[in-house]
Design a protein around this ligand. Structure first.
Ligand SMILES: *Cc1c(COP(=O)(O)O)cnc(C)c1O
Length: 384
């Protein structure tokens, strides 16, 4: 036990090394990281291209502030902007997902001159005061009130409720293309397009939070590309630097032109920038998003066949998969980890999340399916 346990919680497994989809304890026991450590390692753990880029950069120049051009930073910005849909031409790097969403909400307010933020039930946008205000769960918010004001929540996926909430006073509608923490909730077809139309009509910003859905996981680099919707603001983090702490926001010109003063000291530091450039380049060169789509399809259909009767629902897109269980997700995740060396993540009380690295192969998805079918077998249910 150490003194940071009071916020992080601690699990009884220590890791020393990672490679691909695997993590290893000091005694060499292998665990399959089917949560990619919260989607942070799309290329798998300690991917050589990222390791090399980071090692070289940290030795050459660890840090210089963002007012000076540095090649790795220029490369990272170019790669990030090129990866986003046409129309998102300006970008800014920060240090995390919550910080990307803070910037998105600030820029939406300054560019529109309005203040109202429309967010969705079951949303998760981060834990700093502004992003937290747009996050749904009261347990995260109540002890810290008052938060940033003027946030209205609408039921996620409901076109009519969204239409009723968006008006001339709306600065932004902020949505996850598929909700992550909230339980891998996939909106009805047409929902994001509808949000796009509504915001355009009133001159509000559509902010799509791709902190969890981005970086190739859903089969396209960005999940909004599956819906063919270009937001005014796209935010990301988690997998952007394959494990290094970095967030990013890409915006349309009218948002960039309307942005008031905003920055962060560590913005686009050379080392995280090297990681971003290596991660995005490798994802595209090796076509990992297409692989994610393929592996996601086979994982989902194998899960349907193996545990379809033991769960209420299996949903998601690509390698963003949620299983709505008939019992508590925490216990199932614990059983998978302790007895089968498979690491999965709960998303709410009854949803189990699988977000493996995009580089996962069929042997590894088979392992996940086989572990889950044992853990969810009716006989096992009686014990837990
Ligand atoms: C994790 C997450 C965040 C917050 O990111 P942090 O880097 O933890 O601040 C925001 N939005 C979504 C959709 C997330 O999954």
């Amino acid at each position: 036990m150490s003194d940071h346990d009071f916020v992080s919680g601690s699990k009884p497994i220590a890791f020393e090394r990672g490679e691909g989809s695997s993590l290893y304890t000091p005694d060499g026991t292998e665990y399959l990281d089917a949560g990619a450590s919260y989607a942070c390692t799309p290329l798998g753990h300690s991917h050589p291209a990222v390791v090399e880029a980071v090692q070289e950069q940290v030795g050459d120049l660890t840090f210089v502030d963002s007012s000076f051009p540095v090649q790795s930073r220029e490369d990272a910005y170019a790669a990030f902007v090129a990866s986003t849909p046409d129309g998102l031409e300006s970008a800014w790097f920060c240090n995390s997902g919550t910080e990307a969403n803070e910037a998105a909400l600030k820029f939406a307010r300054s560019a529109t001159g309005e203040s109202k933020i429309v967010a969705a039930t079951r949303s998760f946008h981060g834990r700093t005061m502004g992003s937290l205000a747009a996050t749904w769960k009261d347990a995260y918010k109540d002890p810290y009130e008052p938060l940033a004001g003027d946030v209205e929540f609408v039921p996620y996926g409901d076109d009519a409720e969204l239409a009723a909430a968006v008006d001339d006073e709306t600065a932004a509608v902020i949505l996850e293309p598929i909700q992550g923490e909230g339980g891998i909730n996939v909106p009805p077809v047409g929902y994001l397009e509808h949000a796009r139309e509504l915001t355009e009509e009133v001159g509000a910003a559509l902010v799509l939070d791709e902190v969890q859905t981005g970086m190739g996981r859903t089969g396209e680099m960005w999940a909004c590309q599956n819906a063919e919707v270009t937001p005014d603001v796209l935010t990301t983090a988690k997998g952007l630097g394959n494990g290094l702490p970095v967030g990013g926001i890409a915006v349309q010109d009218w948002i960039a032109n309307g942005a008031a003063s905003h920055n962060a000291t560590f913005s686009g530091g050379p080392v995280v920038a090297a990681a971003v450039h290596a991660t995005i380049s490798t994802l595209f060169e090796a076509e990992w998003p297409a692989h994610a789509a393929e592996m996601g399809d086979s994982l989902t259909s194998e899960l349907e066949a193996a545990v379809g009767d033991e769960v209420r629902d299996i949903r998601g897109e690509g390698l963003l998969v949620g299983l709505e269980l008939k019992r508590g997700a925490n216990r199932v995740a614990r059983d998978l980890a302790m007895n089968h060396q498979v690491l999965a993540l709960p998303a709410g009380r009854t949803v189990l999340r699988l977000l493996p690295p995009l580089v996962i192969d069929e042997t590894e998805t088979d392992e996940i399916v086989s572990a889950l079918s044992t853990v969810l077998a009716p006989a096992a249910a009686a014990d837990s």
